[in-house]
Ligand binder design. Structure first.
Ligand code: SAM
Length: 208
């Protein structure tokens, strides 16, 4: 995505929706008008997934976490347009999740089409690497789910191995989501693009 020099100014002018400066660090509940269970999506991208989910589930508070300020503009615009009060956004690197949230305050983690980082020397950057699973486990309430979807077979295989080595329980698995697509599936921007290219979409729900 092209660099927009005005991105931070735009995001800061929407500071009732986006936290750019860790203002709500350790007090995420105060970012929302009502106290509801908190679900997070790490690597939100342009935000079709989190905004659709939020419209479908008004009783859940969603936090979209995205590292790229230019991408964040797009999801912010969607939240503003739709007038959603149950979506808030963090301009944050997933490596800082533990510094931002309190332990046990999250009810679900979504990962969609995370960057695959195919080179072995970059494995620690994959959002299903054991270092990230350690963070999710600490942030999630007992028995809560991580839901992960990707078209990338290599990343999916790595993630299954990583979750298994971590002792996670596979609750649900689908190796071709778009073959007889469940009606509750929400297609992300990347999902739509890769599906049009004929890629299979893999999905797993796992608990700690
Ligand atoms: N989830 C979206 C979708 O399915 O259309 C976007 C997928 S895109 C391949 C991955 C997104 O994750 C990018 O927007 C990227 O900036 C974001 N991302 C990558 N590493 C991240 C990190 N460490 N923390 C937060 N976001 C990250």
């Amino acid at each position: 995505m092209r660099n927009k020099p005005w991105a931070i100014d735009y995001l800061e002018s929407n500071n009732h929706i986006v936290d750019v400066n860790n203002t709500y660090s350790k007090r995420i509940k105060e970012f929302f008008s009502e106290d509801r269970p908190v679900h997070i999506e790490v690597g939100t991208g342009m935000g079709t997934f989190v905004t659709t989910l939020a419209q479908n589930n008004p009783d859940i508070n969603y936090v979209g976490i995205e590292i790229d300020k230019n991408v964040m503009i797009r999801v912010t615009e969607k939240v503003v347009e739709l007038g959603l009060t149950n979506v808030r956004l963090l301009l944050l690197d997933a490596n800082k999740l533990m510094e931002y949230f309190n332990e046990g305050e999250i009810d679900k983690v979504y990962l969609n089409f995370s960057d695959p980082w195919p080179k072995t020397r970059h494995a620690k950057r994959r959002l299903t690497h054991k270092n990230f699973l350690t963070s999710y486990k600490q942030l999630l309430k007992e028995g809560s789910l991580v839901e992960f979807k990707t078209d990338n077979r290599g990343l999916f295989e790595f993630s299954l191995m990583s979750m298994n080595a971590f002792g996670m329980k596979f609750e649900n698995l689908n190796l071709d989501v778009h073959d007889d697509e469940p009606k509750e599936n929400i297609r992300t921007e990347y999902e739509e693009k890769f599906s049009q290219r004929g890629h299979k979409i893999y999905w797993i729900q796992a608990s700690f």
